[in-house]
Every structure is written in C-alpha cells, then in structure tokens.
Design a protein around this ligand. Structure first.
Ligand code: SAM
Length: 295
C-alpha cells in the first residue's frame, strides 16, 4: 500500500481517456444552472511536473500528452479538423501551460477546479500521506479553493455519506490505483451503496485493462450493478498497443453509469483520432458500447 504515485503516470494515454471523458461529463451537467457537486474519490496530488520528478523516470507522458500534442500540431498544419472533445481536453491542459511549453500536467482535481462555476462544489479524497500534503498545498494556490473540500479519508467507506448531494445534481469520478486487488471489490460495494442512495447521479469509473481476473471481470460486474438499479451505462476502452508480455499499461477503460446522451457521439468522434494519434505499431483500437435502461 502507498507505493503508487500518480506522477509516474501523469499525462499517459490512460489519463487522456479519463480526463477527456470527465470534461465532457462536467460540461454536459453544467448545461443546467443548478449547483453541481463533484466527488473525486481518488484525487492524487492535483498537478504534476512533466519536466522533473517521477514523470521523467516513467516517461509515460511521451506516449500520451506529448504524442497527442504533436499529432494536433501536424493536423493544424494540414488543416485537418480535430473533434470538439479533444479540443476541449487540450484546452484544459494548455491552461496550465500558458508559456506554450508543455511542462505541467493537471490531474483530475485541477481539471475539475478549472471547470467549477460559483455554485458548484468539489470534494476530493486522498489517502496517501505524502500526496495529501501536496494536494492540500496545490489546491491552496487556486482561486476556487473555497469551493473545494479535501478529505484524508478512505473514499470507498465515505462516499455514501456525501450522497445524495444537496442539489441532487452530482458527478462522481472513481479512479483507484488498484494497488490493492481488493480495490475491485471495494469499488463494487461502494457503487452498490452509492446507487441505493443516489440512483440518478453520474458515476465515472476508470480501470486498467489487464489480464488479471479482477480487472477483466470488472466491466461485466458493473453492468450487472447498473442492471439491478435499472441504470443506463456506457463502456469505453482505449488500447494504444498490442504487445503481449510487455509490462507497461497498454489499454484502459471508463465505465459510466447514467451517461449523458451526448457522450457516445463525442467519444465516437474522438476515439478513432486518439487511436491514430497514440497507437503504436498498428496495435491501437477502441471499444464503445452503451445500454439504455428499460424502466
Ligand atoms: N484521479 C487522479 C487523476 O486523474 O489525476 C489520479 C488518482 S490515482 C490513479 C489514485 C490515488 O488514489 C492515489 O493517489 C492513491 O494514493 C489514492 N487512494 C488509494 N486508495 C484510496 C482510498 N481508499 N481513498 C482515497 N484515496 C485513495
């Protein structure tokens, strides 16, 4: 426990899929003026350097945000249009790199903070003793910090206590490190409890695509939970490489419960471009499926 530091993975292909999806969810939910409560159950440090520290050891951003940036530059020169959700995502990254050099990668807390309107609230959970201090420091620098609560607590146990939010409009990002393989089970229990208390909330769950049994079974288990509660879902995966035996993460997925109707269309436009931009040796591919709830 506590060997995971998100700085190693900041700006990776998995962050791109997660954060691009997240931005679309927030923007859709903000189409109505009512206050939105966003819970980020696994926050990490908030923002990461791409110039020094852990990210330069793992170099995962090279195959992620750096590669995407380069692809977009090439598209601009060739006058090729970029889908709206990719543009929105890149805008969020560029806001943290105003001098034009890509040296910083915002994690979910910073991306979400950028999007907060005055009436919205953000609740961040982080358990790691070092990450929580860095997160507190980083969030303290933001003008939106008064709208943000930080909890040094186990979010799997605490999530249900925050639901439903007072305005009954809520988005929950669940992005565990899966360092502990029990996280898969804790996640299912937390989802069951969350849906019992707040069935209409939007829930976005990130997971790594691995051969490990718990990971392979997760999407089907989430589909079952959604079916029990008569909820719609959307399931997407982005693979950038198909090299069996390689240790680096080659694919990841997002499972959304109660997705906005616009999400599938946006992802259908973005995913083929992400495969083109990030795919290695022809190994890139994506999955996009959804199911409307029958009430
Ligand atoms: N959501 C972040 C982003 O997109 O920028 C990345 C989060 S990282 C994948 C997962 C984080 O969850 C780690 O920093 C880890 O310390 C923290 N964590 C692990 N178990 C937790 C728990 N039960 N409750 C709260 N945080 C936890």
């Amino acid at each position: 426990m506590f060997s995971y530091r998100h700085a190693f993975h900041a700006g990776s292909h998995a962050d791109i899929l997660k954060h691009l999806t997240l931005i679309h969810l927030v923007e859709y939910l903000q189409e109505k003026p009512g206050a939105l409560t966003i819970v980020d159950t696994h926050a990490g440090a908030g923002i990461y350097s791409l110039k020094d520290g852990f990210s330069t050891v793992s170099k995962e951003a090279d195959g992620g945000i750096f590669r995407l940036h380069q692809f977009i530059e090439t598209c601009k020169h060739a006058n090729v249009a970029i889908p709206e959700s990719i543009q929105e995502y890149v805008k969020s990254i560029d806001v943290e790199n105003l001098d034009g050099e890509l040296s910083t990668y915002p994690g979910s807390p910073f991306i979400l903070a950028q999007l907060l309107r005055q009436q919205d609230r953000l609740k961040l959970f982080e358990l790691h003793p070092k990450e929580i201090d860095i997160l507190r420091h980083n969030i303290g620098q933001l003008k939106q910090s008064k709208q943000i609560n930080i909890y040094a607590e186990d979010s799997f146990a605490r999530l249900k206590g925050l639901l439903p939010p007072p305005s009954r409009r809520g988005l929950v990002l669940i992005d565990p490190s899966y360092e502990d393989k029990q996280d898969y089970r804790y996640l299912e229990v937390a989802m069951e409890e969350a849906l019992q208390r707040f069935a209409t909330g939007c829930y976005a769950i990130w997971y790594p695509v691995l051969s490990r049994r718990e990971s392979a079974a997760l999407p089907d288990r989430l589909k079952k939970i959604a079916a029990i509660h008569k909820r719609s879902w959307l399931h997407t995966e982005l693979r950038v490489e198909n090299a069996p035996g390689e240790r680096r993460l080659q694919a990841s997925g997002m499972f959304i419960i109660n997705p906005p109707w616009t999400l599938e269309k946006h992802l259908a436009q973005a995913l083929p471009i992400l495969v083109k931009a990030l795919g290695i040796n022809g190994g890139g591919q994506f999955l996009l499926k959804s199911l409307e709830a029958k009430n």
